[in-house]
Design a protein around this ligand. Structure first.
Ligand code: 4AD
Ligand code: MG
Length: 430
């Protein structure tokens, strides 16, 4: 019976055949242990010399790391392994011999591992991170589909810059100038006026010269947008969504989180509602904590975000930022011109901003004024402005950065390990 490692619990005491790679190997004169991996999981294969043909034991003894094999054996319960099962091997058929695999069980430097990212992905730890990433993606679709949202795909080649013009990836679109999308939001607003509640999930490009553990040049963003939804309701959707994703990962990625050494008791507390703190209060709080380098009107840096996040054991919304440090489309506070109806969601444990969102301006006149103030070309934004001409409604949305969320949930230090092939300031290879 052919099976995958993930399916082994269904075949206890039965014989199965697996296609696998040799992740690692140990052997003595009488017994060999093969660490097998097949993509679905990792399992130990045990070969007892006296129980198998001489040739099979020789193959197991001499086989090299990352060689590919078909392995036949009986599934056994094994309380000592985290997976809970092992394979008592009766036969090993070599498919292909791997020679000089560069990533050995010893320690390697980050740059070396990044140069070998196409192989590094096979390691147990990277495998676990990718599995958690996949679970977050799965739970995202489930959450939005179950809550009446339709998925809409905004274009990747665009003519506009929702988040400001300094970080655009410019390219040519035949004779015209075009940019790789830095956010699908403006298109999602159009989609919300057609479909009500929508979400997108796609690649996003930022030509940021940032070299921090939170920045990628290419990352994936989930952008929901909702007609007739106002500021506070928008925050409620966000806390429900983030809690759902965390709880799904806890439930469906127990083994992976264990492999990663993640303290799950911290994640278990992540349930809605999340605390809120206004930008004004955050500034006061930072001054009390001794941050003299920040004044009202400044944007927060990561030390500021981390200091604020540290006083909560859940993600925290920082609300009502100054108008002048936020994008042109944000709805002003009804009683205050100087702040907008927006919030950033800051993850605990120093992972920083995982969501940026706001209510959008729905008044045509005000939005036209903002386009002008931000020196944007009214021709480029003509279609966007028209959304305010034909049955304009209050609406809100947000964008969640997938990789920062994966980093936080898995507990990995740097976002470069949360995406299969990271695009970083100095890295386009592999
Ligand atoms: O705060 P940002 O720039 O918001 C927007 O783009 C809005 N248009 C979203 C919306 O309202 N529809 O980006 C949203 C999130 C951030 O909170 C962060 O998680 C992630 O995207 N992000 C990055 N992740 C990795 N590398 C980068 N360079 C990132 N820039 C933003
Ligand atoms: Mg932001």
């Amino acid at each position: 019976m052919k099976a995958t490692i993930a399916e082994l619990p269904k075949y206890v005491d039965k014989e199965v055949k697996l296609g696998a790679w040799i992740a690692n190997k140990r052997s003595s004169g009488k017994i060999a242990f093969l660490q097998l991996r097949d993509g679905s999981g990792f399992v130990q294969g045990v070969i007892v010399k006296s129980d198998v043909e001489e040739e099979v034991f020789q193959t197991a003894k001499t086989i090299t790391q990352e060689s590919s094999v078909y392995v036949t054996g009986t599934v056994q319960k094994d309380e000592r392994s985290p997976f809970g099962y092992e394979l008592l091997v009766t036969n090993v058929e070599l498919i292909h011999t791997s020679t000089d695999y560069p990533i050995t069980p010893k320690e390697h430097g980050t740059e070396f591992l990044m140069d070998n990212r196409h192989l590094w992905l096979r390691s147990k730890r990277q495998h676990a991170v990718m599995k958690v990433r996949n679970e977050i993606i799965r739970a995202t679709y489930e959450f939005f589909n179950e809550n009446g949202f339709s998925k809409v795909d905004p274009p990747i080649l665009t003519g506009s810059a929702p988040e400001g013009t300094t970080e655009l990836f410019a390219t040519k679109y035949f004779d015209e100038d075009a940019y790789l999308s830095q956010s699908g939001q403006l298109y999602m607003e159009a989609a919300a006026m057609a479909l009500g509640k929508v979400f997108s999930f796609g690649p996003t490009f930022r030509a940021e010269k940032s070299k921090t553990r939170r920045h990628l040049i290419e990352f994936w963003m989930i952008e929901p947008e909702m007609a007739f939804v106002e500021f506070e309701e928008n925050l409620e959707v966000q806390e429900q969504y983030v809690s759902y994703v965390v709880q799904s990962a806890l439930k469906n990625c127990q083994l992976e989180l264990k492999t990663l050494g993640r303290d799950v008791s911290i994640l278990e507390k992540i349930t809605a509602p999340f605390p809120r703190i206004s930008y004004d209060d955050a500034i006061t709080f930072l001054h009390e904590k001794g941050f003299d380098d920040i004044e009202w009107g400044d944007d927060f840096g990561s030390p500021h975000e981390t200091a604020i996040a540290e006083s909560f054991d859940k993600p925290v919304f920082i609300t009502h930022y100054p108008t002048k440090i936020k994008p042109f489309y944000m709805q002003p506070h009804p009683e205050r011109e100087d702040v907008v109806l927006c919030a950033d969601l800051i993850a605990p444990e120093g992972y920083g901003e995982i969501i940026g969102g706001s209510e959008r301006i729905h008044d045509m006149e005000l939005l036209s004024k903002r386009v002008e103030e931000h020196q944007l070309d009214p021709e480029t934004y003509k279609w966007y402005l028209e959304l305010r001409k034909y049955g304009s409604v209050p609406h809100s949305g947000f964008g969640l950065g997938l990789e920062r969320t994966v980093a936080w949930i898995t507990g990995v230090e740097h976002v470069r390990e949360t995406i299969p092939f990271p695009r970083l300031l100095n890295r386009l290879y592999p």
